[in-house]
Write a protein that binds this ligand. Structure first.
Ligand SMILES: [Zn+2]
Ligand SMILES: [Zn+2]
Length: 330
């Protein structure tokens, strides 16, 4: 378009990597005779930041249909964020240039700053990828949720494969294997598969999704009693209020939403909001199942395409519409 800003996500990331490499090189070629643990820690922090940035770059690409799209992306807000971050990295690198000229011990605070910048860069890359993903799929899950959901589907396929393999065993052995698996499910707080006649009961182990949840975001305490999950891809918060309040004897036990269920189905917050929205995966199934002309039921289960505005609203919905469902407790 001539005269436009030629920067892309890829070019800004490359410049950030160069600034890290320069800082690293200064340390590598410095006289190490007087070095203490702080200097070596600084090298380690810079190497880790550079490695993580590369690893993220390689992992984001396949999530958004390839490196070409990610590298050449020019989403305004992504460029703005990366440019701000580049300024911080340049400023950070300058510390090492000055240090090389002046000599003396390194400032131990810098290694911590390197670690913080590494985190900021990680989240900036996650958000940049999420925006590309969102532009292609209107109104659907956040890219962080998509990864948890995809893993859930893979686990489910694997479980079905095992079940098929078992169905080829002699009956006595089938029963034995089923009993073993049901017991394991019970211990995880899930319904036994033998009772799972209803399609909604196809509960795979949500427990097995905890690692992928930790890879797309982080759990934090919020205030005195609340807990939150913060997604690296959309910065959306999913809030579990008042974890310490136990249901009294008179109130029926409250449904507790197991974190992977909410995380796998969240939608990035609307502009100006901070809480992620949550889609009801069970309603999704209903609308797919019952798209007939007799759609009374559809109306009953229909949800806003943007999902519930908070975990609490999602939880209430589960209580009202899906109480027959086995919802695992934390
Ligand atoms: Zn998200
Ligand atoms: Zn629902």
């Amino acid at each position: 378009s001539g005269g436009g800003d030629p920067a892309t996500v890829g070019s800004l990331l490359a410049t950030i990597a160069t600034s890290l490499t320069e800082a690293l090189r200064i340390l590598m070629f410095a006289d190490k005779r007087q070095w203490g643990p702080d200097e070596f820690e600084q090298i380690r922090a810079l190497e880790e930041a550079l490695d993580d940035a590369k690893k993220d770059f390689q992992e984001m690409a396949p999530l958004v249909h390839g490196q070409f799209y990610y590298q050449n992306d020019r989403t305004t807000i992504s460029l703005l964020e990366l440019r701000k971050l580049l300024e911080k990295f340049t400023f950070h690198s300058q510390n090492f240039k000055d240090w090389a000229r002046q000599g003396g011990p390194i400032n131990p605070i810098w290694a911590r700053e390197t670690g913080q910048l590494k985190q900021e860069l990680h989240r900036a890359q996650c958000r940049a990828a999420r925006r590309i993903f969102a532009a292609e799929q209107e109104g659907s899950r956040c890219l962080g949720a998509f990864q948890v959901h995809r893993q859930q589907k893979r686990n489910e396929a694997e479980r079905q494969r095992r079940q098929r393999a078992r169905s080829e065993l002699p009956p006595w052995q089938q029963q034995h294997e089923q009993a073993v698996e049901d017991e394991a499910a019970r211990q995880r707080g899930e319904p036994p598969q033998t009772a799972a006649a209803h399609s909604l009961c196809r509960s795979t182990s949500l427990e097995a999704l905890v690692p992928v949840c930790n890879a797309v975001g982080r759990f934090e305490r919020l205030g005195e009693h609340d807990a939150a999950f913060v997604c690296d891809f959309c910065d959306g918060f999913i809030v579990w209020p008042d974890l310490q309040r136990l249901p009294s004897a008179r109130t029926p036990p409250k449904v507790v939403v197991f974190p992977p269920l909410a995380i796998a189905n969240h939608v990035a917050p609307e502009p100006g909001e901070w809480q992620a929205h949550i889609l009801c995966p069970y309603c999704d199934e209903y609308t797919y199942l019952d798209q007939g002309e007799d759609s009374e039921e559809d109306v009953k289960y229909a949800q806003d395409e943007k999902g519930f505005t908070s975990l609490e609203k999602f939880r209430e919905h589960l209580e009202w519409y899906h109480t027959a469902l086995p919802v695992p407790a934390i």
